[in-house]
Structures are given as structure tokens and as C-alpha cells.
Ligand binder design. Structure first.
Ligand code: MLT
Length: 265
């Protein structure tokens, strides 16, 4: 589906009816990363997976990209759909956007699912690496990002037993416009530290870590969960950085359990 949301034409996938879950994709992916959730989670939930500006089939618009901008776009979509409050499920960069949503629009959030993400800002070293990668992507295109990212994103077990997942992830990255990749790298480098927010998160929260995640270690995510008053923490042992794609059955079970537990909340 598509609609004009502020200065962009926003595309999203949607199935089901009932309590709403808004899925926010990571970098540099698109709403397609949630295919196994939209296909397999019972239709008694309304599942909405947008493409953030510039990604997938959404246009990039004129406004500079930032985590705040992404968050405001999502609220624009909720307004367009007449949705007051939603569960927000963000993976990695989608988690950074979820924190921006919490900072700017907490009244729109019923519950949070934070997957393979971190609250902290980039270190100086991480920032330098992002600018360096942005330079190489500007020159060489999205393929450069795919070459660098794919080997870090998936668990050893996924590479061994489900190589088709690696192919899908590579395809998603290579189909992302290089200017969007560069803009998102700069936006992530500029994001603020969300650690001070954690103690004030007053909605039910599920934190999901991949046991073999090399980008954000499960231990770091456990510490993040410990800092959120209402959080439960779950590790999916055989997943890397992308549990919803690598271990969809386990991820969906954890998510549906959580959604059932918070019904009426
Ligand atoms: C993601 O999966 O969204 C990225 O790993 C986020 C990041 O580079 O910090």
C-alpha cells in the first residue's frame, strides 16, 4: 500500500485486523525483512511494515534523514491510518527509531519490542567507520555495503544451513539506493544516546537478542533489558543479528507470546 505522508510517498505492507504491531526495519533493509512475520503470525493482529524514507518503495523526499525524521514519518503513517497507539517492533536501526518514537511520541506507543539493537550512541570509532563506509558506498554503490555487511549479519548456523537467507539479505541491500545508504549511515552516526531513556520506559517491553549476534552482543542487550523496568529478555541462541529472518519460528513464538501477555494493556 502507498500514501502521501508529509513530503514522501510512503509504502507499507499490511495484513490482519486487531491489535496493531508496527514493524520498523533495520539498515540497509526494507519492509521485506518482515515477510516471515507477516506471512506466519495469526491474522488476529494487524501487522504493518513500512519502508522508511528512501528504502524499499518509499521515496526519500527533501527533508534531511535522521532517526527523528523516520519516527515522525511513522507517526504520519499512523495518523493516516487512524491508529492511536501501537506496539512498535524495531530491529537494530529500527530500534534506534523506536527510541526516537519513545522520546518524541510516547503517547503513541503501547508496548516495545527491541530486537538486536542498542541504546547507546556510536563510539568515535564506530562513527569513523560509518563515514569511511559512506565514502566507499558513494564511489562503489550499494554492493560495497552488501560485501561489508552480509558476513557480519548472520549466525554461523544460518550461513551453513540456510544460505538462501544470506542471498535474500544481499539482494535487499543491493537493491537499496546508494544515496539512501549514505544518508542513513550519517543519520545513525548523529543519533543521540538513548541510555538515559531506559529507566523511564513505562510500557511493556520485550528485548530479543540473537545468541550469535556479532553486531550487538546478547550480553549488551541483557544489560539494556535490565535497565528497563517492565522488560523481559529473550535470547534466540542460533540467530545472529537478524532473528526474524534467521529463526522466524522462534522469533514469532516469542512475539506472539508477548502480544498475548499484554492484551488489554
Ligand atoms: C542494522 O542492522 O540496522 C545496523 O546494524 C544498525 C547499525 O549499523 O548500527
Amino acid at each position: 500500500m502507498q500514501a502521501q505522508v508529509g513530503d514522501i510517498r510512503m509504502h507499507w505492507r499490511e495484513v490482519g485486523a486487531g491489535d496493531v504491531v508496527l514493524f520498523v526495519h533495520g539498515f540497509p533493509f526494507d519492509s521485506g525483512m518482515w515477510a516471515e512475520q507477516l506471512d506466519r503470525i495469526p491474522r488476529r493482529f494487524r501487522l504493518i511494515a513500512p519502508d522508511l524514507r528512501g528504502f524499499g518503495s518509499s521515496t526519500r523526499g527533501e527533508a534531511p534523514v535522521s532517526m527523528d525524521r523516520f519516527a515522525d514519518d511513522l507517526v504520519g503513517l499512523l495518523d493516516h491510518l487512524g491508529i492511536d497507539r501501537t506496539v512498535v517492533c524495531g530491529l537494530s536501526m529500527g530500534g534506534y527509531v523506536a527510541f526516537a518514537l519513545w522520546r518524541r511520541h510516547p503517547d503513541r506507543i503501547r508496548a516495545l519490542v527491541l530486537c538486536a539493537t542498542r541504546a547507546g550512541a556510536d563510539t568515535e570509532e564506530a562513527r569513523r567507520a560509518r563515514f569511511e563506509l559512506a565514502g566507499r558506498v558513494r564511489e562503489g554503490g550499494s554492493r560495497v555495503a552488501a560485501d561489508e555487511q552480509v558476513p557480519r549479519l548472520l549466525s554461523e548456523r544460518t550461513f551453513r544451513d540456510r544460505p538462501e537467507v544470506a542471498d535474500r539479505v544481499r539482494e535487499m541491500i543491493e537493491s537499496t539506493d546508494r544515496a539512501t545508504i549514505v544518508a542513513a549511515l550519517e543519520a545513525m552516526a548523529a543519533r543521540p544516546d538513548s541510555t538515559p531513556l531506559l529507566a523511564g520506559i513505562s510500557v511493556p517491553t520485550l528485548v530479543v537478542a540473537g545468541g550469535d549476534d556479532r553486531v550487538v552482543k546478547a550480553e549488551e542487550m541483557r544489560r539494556m533489558a535490565d535497565a528497563i523496568p517492565e522488560a523481559r529478555f529473550q535470547t534466540i541462541p542460533e540467530a545472529g543479528h537478524l532473528p526474524p529472518l534467521e529463526c522466524p519460528a522462534e522469533f514469532n513464538l516469542a512475539l506472539v507470546h508477548f502480544l498475548e501477555a499484554i492484551q488489554g494493556h
